[in-house]
Design a protein around this ligand. Structure first.
Ligand code: ADP
Length: 642
């Protein structure tokens, strides 16, 4: 009895993409199906160690076959197989990670089909990639958890059918009926033993189970005396196509960079080579091998809640779990890789992981090693490190900030910033090494780029001193500065917060004198601003600009903006202090009108709003602001007429 079921809409869409795909890299179908077969064997093997229902076996294999006449390719495994429910849930629906993410990305970013096809490879669409080359797929499967066995058949368009079949052996066999050739596409190329052999070598060499194929070979014919003749006869032979040893089990010297990269791309569904690869073989207190990769680019979902960090965990080469999160601190969440340790028990469960001493030790050891590795990269391959930092630096920043700076000593040297003097990222150490002799602080400012910083009025005095200033780009940066507080005994100072401490004794005296003399005026301005500012002061940082707004020593404006933008944003306000340049003509104007309370209030308000705009805040009341500006202009022209 066969029953027919319809594909869900999103499955249909994905399949449709595959079927109509001109995806150049369609040969990945074989890699995907072999990976599935290998996963299925992993599952069987793992379960058989802990579940008596499954017979223990040691003849695991994946078989590859093709039939030129029928134009089929068959991939068979003796893995876990599928129950009827599993067929429906796994093949009839997009249930699995890769495909689902792919579709979600398509939807959420409204990708065009051409663009979507480009990135299929990134997601490892698994089983569905069969339809890149086939127009009909048949899956025969038997699970130890189902009394019957089944055949799933589908052309991948509207629906699929499931029927019971006779299949004695546990496992799965997938047959692809290749598409017809057309002008542009020749699918027959896959019906060739050399082609299949080379694809296995290219994509699946590290698969830990033998991938076997019966191949045709020509053998020389020997005569009666056992002498080789010049004749050949055709025979067949079963060959194992892959070398099977996982890359991390091979002696390092024998593994090429290409092999490491291929392994990475296969295992972690990336279409680009990794930025960096690192292997550790640790023996002693703990014993493990780790093969770790830094991707070139952050995966699109790295900063979403859905992203699961973690390393693949093996014990003595046997797969235990996919994303063991205990092995990676949050700030290394972008790292991909595997850890294989003989110290772990096979029966370890997710629940037990947190309390497993060996695992905790491995994690701590790995973290230290990894930070050391990053620091070596920073010193030895600065360009590569910059590329790394552009992609993942923000994670390290969070690492510094999190848990009240618990990791700041470990991570601070890995931080990099652009500065007004360096268009390339530099470390804090480089900054401090190049500080001016009389420079006490490490100055920073939040800004989009150098140009924006250089045009800030607050920069006047710093420019005169020729001090360098770190340019902060990420929301978390100012929080990082606060947590760090000091680097190499030097305090961090925002260029628009508090006292910059730039003046020498005499200059300071002079400013103090002005502040004293003009105390009444400053108080009047402050009062007229009606609580909008905490203080109005004579500026020590302005040389050419009339006014600027700075914040007190606690929360900065940038932090205020960041926190108010949080989903459940706290309504936090930084203290506002209006600074006035005593050497600017506008100050003389203020002195002149100081007896006219209305005028002083009007002028003060305009200046305050100008300072707001300079800080990237909106004008408080645009209508009122414009009216006041106009009044001032009209009056000015009257004076001229007089
Ligand atoms: P993924 O590989 O991301 O899991 P696939 O679409 O390739 O997604 O496969 C979906 C699911 O179908 C797999 O997770 C697995 O449960 C099941 N499956 C696929 N191939 C096999 C197989 N050869 N043996 C057993 N189960 C399989």
């Amino acid at each position: 009895m066969s029953e027919t079921k319809k594909f869900k809409t999103e499955t249909k869409r994905l399949l449709n993409l595959m079927i109509n795909s001109i995806y150049t890299n369609r040969e990945i179908f074989l890699r995907e199906l072999i990976a599935n077969a290998s996963d299925a064997i992993d599952k069987y093997h793992y379960l058989s160690l802990t579940n008596d229902k499954l017979e223990k076996r040691n003849d695991y294999k994946i078989e590859l076959a093709f039939d030129k006449d029928k134009r089929t390719i068959t991939i068979s495994d003796n893995g876990i197989g599928m129950t009827k429910d599993e067929i429906i849930n796994n093949l009839g629906t997009i249930a699995k990670s890769g495909s689902k993410e792919f579709m979600e990305k398509m939807e959420s970013e409204n990708l065009k089909e051409e663009d979507a096809r480009e990135i299929i490879g990134q997601f490892g669409v698994g089983f569905y990639s069969s339809y890149l080359v086939a127009d009909k797929v048949e899956v025969n499967t038997k699970s130890p958890f189902d009394s019957s066995s089944y055949r799933f058949t589908s052309d991948g368009i509207e629906d699929y059918s499931i029927e019971e079949i006779d299949k004695d052996s546990i496992g799965t066999s997938i047959t692809l009926y290749l598409r017809k050739n057309d002008e542009d596409n020749n699918y027959d190329e896959y019906l060739d033993q050399y082609m299949l052999q080379s694809l296995v070598k290219k994509y699946s060499d590290f698969i830990r189970y033998p991938i076997q194929m019966t191949v045709e070979i020509e053998k020389p014919v020997f005569d009666k005396d056992g002498k080789e003749t010049d004749k050949f006869e055709k025979t067949t032979e079963v060959r194992t196509l892959n070398s099977m040893i996982p890359v991390w089990k091979k002696p390092k010297a024998e593994v090429t960079d290409e092999e490491f990269n291929e392994f990475y791309k296969n295992k972690f569904y990336d279409y680009q080579d990794p930025l960096d690869t690192y292997e550790y073989n640790v023996e002693g207190n703990v014993t493990y091998t780790a093969l770790l990769y830094i991707p070139k680019k952050a995966p699109y979902d790295l900063y979403t809640e859905k992203y699961e960090k973690g390393l693949q965990l093996y014990t003595k080469g046997v797969f235990i779990m996919d994303k063991c999160k205990e092995l990676l601190p949050d700030y290394l969440r972008f790292v991909k890789g595997i850890v294989d340790s003989s110290d772990l028990s096979l029966n370890i469960s997710r629940e037990m992981l947190q309390h497993d001493h060996q695992l905790t030790k491995i994690a701590a050891n790995l973290e230290k090693k990894y930070v050391k590795h990053l620091s070596e990269m920073q010193n030895d391959s600065p360009d590569k490190y910059r590329e790394f930092f552009e992609a993942f630096g923000i994670n390290l920043k969070f690492g510094v900030y999190n848990n009240y700076g618990e990791k700041k000593d470990l991570l601070q040297d890995l931080l990099m910033y652009k500065t007004i003097k360096n268009d390339q990222l530099i470390s804090l150490k480089e900054y401090t090494l190049n500080m001016k002799e009389d420079q006490k602080y490490i100055y920073y400012v939040s800004a989009k780029n150098k140009e924006a910083v250089l045009s800030m009025p607050q920069m006047d005095a710093l420019k005169a001193k020729d001090y360098d200033v770190l340019i902060l780009n990420d929301d978390v940066d100012e929080f990082v500065m606060q947590i760090l507080n000091k680097y190499d005994e030097k305090e961090f100072k925002s260029i628009n917060q508090g006292d910059l401490d730039l003046l020498d004794k005499n200059e300071k005296k002079a400013i103090d004198q002005i502040a004293k003399d003009k105390k009444d005026l400053l108080t009047k301005i402050k009062d007229s601003l009606n609580g909008k500012v905490k203080d109005v002061v004579i500026s020590t940082r302005l040389t050419s600009s009339p006014v600027c707004l700075v914040s007190g020593d606690g929360i900065s404006f940038e932090m205020e903006k960041v926190m108010n933008n949080l989903p459940n944003g706290a309504d936090i306000k930084a203290e506002r202090i209006l600074e006035i340049n005593p050497n600017h003509d506008i100050f003389k104007v203020l002195e002149k009108i100081s007896d006219d309370d209305n005028k002083l209030a009007e002028y003060s308000d305009v200046l305050f709003n100008q300072a707001l705009v300079l800080e990237g805040f909106p004008v408080e009341n645009p209508n009122e602001f414009i009216t006041k500006m106009c009044n001032i202009m009209i009056e000015a022209s009257k004076i001229n007429e007089e």
